[in-house]
Design a protein around this ligand. Structure first.
Ligand SMILES: O=C(CO)[C@H](O)[C@H](O)COP(=O)(O)O
Length: 306
């Protein structure tokens, strides 16, 4: 259940679910997302991977289809795969819709998924508009690259935010680190700001003034925020947690490793014990064999070989 501060942000909003055919109050969706805090979400492409992620202690899974051939559009996964995975596991299942494609979201909602991810990893369907997420019963996950885009997505109804970097599966975490630091840095500036300065700050970060002011009043981000992009090792996962994230998304490349259960389990342990270097050292030990080839695209492998 959402805490009072988050409910306050919701109820103070000029645009609320109540004015938007409200099938499920935003405060409830935010509360549902809070249950994922302190967890690792694993991207899966098969039922077997979903079972491994659940067994390893993942807090949720996000279903993807295998990447399409290069140049082809990436769309929502086949609803029958989502239903099959939903039947196979008891942890929450997230399904991806293309940015702006509210019909894909309507279809996904009928499958009984627990969350819909309006995902930048898929080919965007609408270059100008995101989905009005207040029109849905199911909570939404959205990506952001800074505090401004985060609050825009919250305004549209996102209940869980992914602070994301490079989502190409390259294993490069630097962009994610930059964006997480940008959000946390802006939060520190905002919370110490004079009330009179909030107007121009909201303009500067292109965010709705009322949400920026309410976020300042709360003294923390209004929704659960995970990191995504290039998180491959237990150290990466703990890094994101120590920078202030509530959890991590891990790409499906992890299942290409020699022992996917050990790797997923190690990431779960790292997220749970992110400030304990001894646990992190132990979690990192099992992984050396699989580390070399993981998440290196062919051209990057060439770069290392020359
Ligand atoms: O599905 C996801 C987010 O919706 C993935 O978890 C995300 O794309 C992870 O990126 P990477 O493969 O770079 O770790």
């Amino acid at each position: 259940m959402a805490d009072d501060g988050v409910v306050a942000v919701y109820t103070n909003n000029a645009i609320t679910d109540a004015t938007m055919k409200n099938p499920n109050p935003f405060s409830i969706k935010v509360g549902m997302a809070q249950m994922l805090r302190g967890g690792a979400v694993f991207e899966v492409t098969t039922v077997e991977q979903a079972k491994i992620a659940e067994e390893a202690g993942g807090c949720a899974i996000v279903v993807s289809e295998l990447p399409p051939v290069q140049g082809a559009a990436a769309r929502m996964a086949d609803p029958s795969l989502i239903k099959e995975i939903k039947r196979a596991v008891s942890i929450p299942v997230i399904a991806k819709a293309r940015v702006g494609h509210f019909v894909e979201a309507q279809i996904l909602e009928t499958t009984g998924v627990d969350y819909i991810d309006e995902s930048e990893v898929l080919t965007p369907a609408d270059e100008d508009h995101h989905i009005n997420k207040h029109n849905f019963r199911v909570p939404f996950v959205c990506g952001c690259n800074g505090l401004g885009t985060m609050l825009m997505r919250v305004r549209e109804g996102a209940a869980l935010i992914r602070i994301e970097g490079d989502l190409s599966g390259s294993g490069n975490i630097a962009e994610t680190v930059r964006n997480v630091r940008s959000v946390m840095g802006d939060m520190r500036v905002l919370t110490n700001m004079d009330d009179d300065e909030v107007f121009s700050f909201a303009k500067k970060i292109s965010a709705p003034y009322d949400l920026v002011a309410q976020t300042k009043q709360l003294g923390r981000l209004p929704v659960v925020h995970f990191a995504a992009g290039g998180i491959v090792t237990p150290a990466d996962a703990a890094f994101m947690m120590q920078l202030g994230c509530d959890g991590v998304f891990v790409g499906s490349e992890i299942f290409n490793s020699a022992d996917p259960y050990k790797r997923t389990r190690a990431i779960v342990q790292a997220v749970r014990h992110y400030s304990d270097p001894h646990v992190l050292a132990e979690a990192s030990c099992v992984l050396v064999d699989a580390m070399a080839g993981l998440n290196l695209s062919e051209d990057r492998v060439e770069q290392y070989e020359t």
